[in-house]
Design a protein around this ligand. Sequence first.
Ligand SMILES: [Zn+2]
Length: 93
Amino acid sequence: MSEITTEALTAKLTEEEKDQAIAWLKSKSKSPVCSTCGESGWVVDNHRLALVSWDRKWSSPAVAIECRNCGKVEMFRTISMGIDGPFGEDEDG
Ligand SMILES: [Zn+2]
């Protein structure tokens, strides 16, 4: 994927991006079971979220998945998932 800026990203994930996230998770997960409740039903959130350092000098887009049973949320960096990035300067720090 070509280099992009954070301004170019939309908050709403496209269906294609959500499908990409699901495929990536399936390829990486040894067990899809929730570590809190033991259920295995997950939903990908519709929004691209941001991981931001306290001083706001570093940020990274992320996808959240939520356990349908207990609401536990896990986050994964979209750059690691191949959905976004790389971000160049935003990756520093
Ligand atoms: Zn759960």
